[in-house]
Design a protein around this ligand. Sequence first.
Ligand SMILES: [Cu+2]
Length: 174
Amino acid sequence: MRSMNPFRASKGIVSFFMLCVALALTSTIGPRVARAGDDAAAKAPTAVDSVAISDAWAHATPSGSHMGAIYLKLISAKGDRLLRASVPHSITSETQIHETVVHHDSTTGGDTMEMHQVESVDLPAGQTVELKPGSFHLMLIGLKHALKAGDKVSVTLHFEKAGMRTVKADVRSI
Ligand SMILES: [Cu+2]
């Protein structure tokens, strides 16, 4: 069972980021278990149960914005799950794992995007799972201040097997 967010937008008119922000403003997003992507590209980490985390970055946000998003790449040697993520409360009130999905509407011929909060992200053994615009992302809700290009945001990831890992996400201009 998943609850669909009522917000929809035409692809190309509203950016993934802005869509994400708009969706996060609603409170009707229902969690569901996500299936991981299948972007198998990077090398597997060597240690058992370890998860390699790379390319963590966040969108710079306009001043006054209360929403942000963090993206990164994950690869687990033996298979794992990302259970939750957290960012210090000095930066944001809440951090959620979200997924954006694109649906093709055969009636109108256009594409629509919807975003859901997910309970976890599967990390199949040896496969790169990328949190990226238009897909999985970490949604920062209730930013205390704008994220400026060049800043670094500390993000702690909680894995089912690998435990807790903290990395720095580079803030990049949109
Ligand atoms: Cu989001």
